[in-house]
Each structure stands twice: as structure tokens, then as C-alpha cells.
Write a protein that binds this ligand. Structure first.
Ligand SMILES: Cc1cc2nc3c(=O)[nH]c(=O)nc-3n(C[C@H](O)[C@H](O)[C@H](O)COP(=O)(O)O)c2cc1C
Length: 196
């Protein structure tokens, strides 16, 4: 499949089988992440890969609790319901079996470039995952999640430099069920200004 085709076919998956993702695949996904474009050429992100499904579930419950799930924005995905669509889902990580945690420099965390730099990493990771047959979902609320009681201790335990903080999650695993179809795009989202 061509790259453009893969980009179009990739979907956010929120139902995972309890099957671990092979370490070799996770290493390739991590590598894809750290080769992403990065603001100022700083390579200012660090990526943690968590493979402990039990711990992922625990953190996922904290993550889901950081969302206002009654804001009325239902309809994220009928085939792969999000925590907003289905209030019975306990974990914001949907039972995924590996979790990428993209961390940024604390001091710069609020800048557009820094946030953008974290999401380019996440995007490279989900595309590489798709190429390897691994399903994924980008999930937010990382900052809020690690502000909850007892959560900073995990980062310390993992040896994350305190100058860094988590900004975005990448759920990874093997899909449970059928892969959803390509999602049609809204009209009028592209504008060309031709040559004179
Ligand atoms: C910045 C960003 C934050 C996202 N946060 C979440 C999230 O917290 N929870 C979730 O289930 N999906 C999250 N998603 C996935 C989107 O819901 C998903 O990409 C969107 O609905 C389009 O669906 P698709 O990826 O299947 O094309 C996020 C995506 C992006 C780019």
C-alpha cells in the first residue's frame, strides 16, 4: 500500500485484544516517533513505552476521570466508541496493551511549537504502528492525568527527567473485531492557489 493510502486507512481503535505487542514492533514505533519533525531541531521530546497492561489500565482509569464525560459531544465514533460516546468504558486507554507516553520540556510545554512537536511524534508513531499491523489511538489529558495524586511518583520511578512532563498518549494493541472503514472527509477543506 502506498503511504497516502495508509494514511487514509488508519483509524483510531478503541477495542483491543489482550495480546501483547511484540517488543520489536514497539521499538520500530518508538523509532518512528523520535524521527518526527521537531521544533527548532531540539529533539525536545522523550517517549516512554509502557508494556504493563495492568498498570496501563490503572492509569487509564485516572485518565478517563480527568475528562468531563457529560459535555454532550457524543458521536466521536459509532464503530469505535470513545469514553465520551460510551460512559460505561472505564479506561481512557481502552484496554490497549502498550502505551506510548510522549513527554515534553516542562518549561516550554504551553507553547504551540512544543505541543506541535509532541503530536508530530504521536502521529509518526500511529502511522508506523498501522504499517506494522498494530492498531492505535492518540489520547489526550496527559498533563491532567499526571497531576493526580500519586501519579508523579510513577514518573520518578520510571526515571523521567523532572524537567520533562507527559503531554500525549499513544494507545497500541491488536484490534478486537473488524477494522473500521475509511472515514470520508468533509468537502471544502483544501484550497489551491495556482501559479500565475
Ligand atoms: C490531538 C488529539 C487528541 C485526541 N484525544 C483523544 C482522546 O482523548 N480520546 C480518544 O478516544 N480519542 C482521541 N483522539 C482520537 C480522535 O478522536 C480521532 O482521531 C478522530 O475521532 C478521528 O478518527 P480517526 O482517527 O479514526 O480517523 C485524539 C486525536 C487527536 C489528534
Amino acid at each position: 500500500m502506498e503511504m497516502l493510502e495508509k494514511m487514509k486507512m488508519r483509524r483510531s481503535i478503541r477495542k483491543y485484544r489482550k495480546v501483547p505487542v511484540e517488543r520489536e514492533k514497539l521499538e520500530m514505533i518508538m523509532e518512528a516517533g523520535i524521527y518526527a519533525p521537531n521544533p527548532g531541531g531540539r529533539q525536545g521530546t522523550k517517549v516512554i513505552m509502557l508494556e504493563d497492561a495492568e498498570l496501563i489500565e490503572k492509569i487509564g482509569i485516572v485518565n478517563a476521570a480527568c475528562e468531563n464525560r457529560n459535555w454532550g459531544g457524543r458521536g466521536v465514533s459509532p464503530e469505535q466508541p470513545s469514553i465520551i460516546d460510551d460512559l460505561s468504558i472505564r479506561s481512557g486507554f481502552y484496554g490497549c496493551q502498550a502505551l506510548g507516553i510522549v513527554c515534553v520540556e516542562r518549561e516550554r510545554a504551553a507553547t504551540v511549537n512544543c505541543i506541535g512537536g509532541a503530536f508530530t511524534v504521536a502521529e509518526n508513531m500511529v502511522l508506523e504502528a498501522y504499517d506494522l499491523g498494530v492498531s492505535s489511538c492518540i489520547v489526550g489529558r496527559a498533563e491532567a492525568t499526571f497531576k493526580q495524586e500519586g501519579m508523579q511518583a510513577l514518573l520518578d520511578e520510571w526515571g523521567l527527567d523532572p524537567a520533562y512532563m507527559p503531554l500525549v498518549f499513544v494507545c497500541l494493541g491488536y484490534i478486537d473485531g473488524n477494522y473500521p472503514k475509511l472515514k470520508p472527509r468533509h468537502e471544502g477543506r483544501t484550497i489551491y492557489i495556482g501559479r500565475k
